[in-house]
Design a protein around this ligand. Sequence first.
Ligand SMILES: Nc1ncnc2c1ncn2[C@@H]1O[C@H](COP(=O)(O)OP(=O)(O)O)[C@@H](O)[C@H]1O
Ligand SMILES: CC(=O)N[C@@H](CCC(=O)OP(=O)(O)O)C(=O)O
Length: 261
Amino acid sequence: MRFVMKCGGSTLAALPDAFFADMAELVKQGRLPIIVHGGGPAISETLTKLGIETEFVNGLRKTNEAVLDVVEMVLAGQINKLIVRRIGHAGARAVGLSGVDAGLLTSEPVENAHEVGLVGRVTDVNAGLIDGVVEMGYVPVIAPIGLGRDGLQRYNINADTAAGAVASQLGTERLVVVTDVPGIMKTVDGEKRVLPVVTVAEIEAMIESGDIYGGMIPKVRAAIDCIQGQVREVVIVSGTEPRILSRVLDGEAVGTRIVRE
Ligand SMILES: Nc1ncnc2c1ncn2[C@@H]1O[C@H](COP(=O)(O)OP(=O)(O)O)[C@@H](O)[C@H]1O
Ligand SMILES: CC(=O)N[C@@H](CCC(=O)OP(=O)(O)O)C(=O)O
């Protein structure tokens, strides 16, 4: 059984060794992860160090070639290789790739490219490459840089969007989104609670009311796109909870499940 896991930049530094040990245990059991990772905070930090201004429009980073150089360096270099090393240290084997390698994520500009620049959406996933890597016993670790149809232009892709596209095109049952909050939260009677299940209609209402904002928006949008196809559920969880991946795969009610209706 395969599943796609998206690991957010918000939580990467906080992930304990136990998270990767749990993942390695799953691999031994034949529950095989395909990882798509982010790294927004690290990209912003390096851009600031280099004196390059950065700005987000509706959760997407305004991107030009200078920004793309840094995005690729930080995501496909630093962060991708750190995740590969941590999986290896935990006893499983991983291969780091970006969407550029073997045309893994073919992309085209997003609709509002006039506002955000070189930001892409995925039009095609090289599923054969992922299948091959998994069959050889490696965990694919994918940095969300897209490649244009011309084989040359790069695009910056939001990691939630990329993970959703990979899950959809591979037809996995589950997408597990690992982030820095225990799920989608809502204030009820003055108390903040994690919602165990939300439907597409409830998400739309929560975006409208402002209960879902910022970095949670690309996650729920990617989830909605996914569950229109073969993906049965998208689960949003915190990476710091014990044995979180095993618990999700065992069907435990943890985090927030996004289901069709
Ligand atoms: N309803 C909500 N419930 C939980 N978190 C939310 C909600 N709406 C917005 N958020 C924000 O979304 C953030 C997670 O998104 P983001 O920071 O982009 O993480 P990642 O790097 O994992 O993609 C949370 O830390 C929180 O600030
Ligand atoms: C277009 C766009 O915004 N790309 C993101 C890619 C990284 C990402 O999505 O990282 P998180 O998952 O940590 O948010 C960026 O440049 O920050």
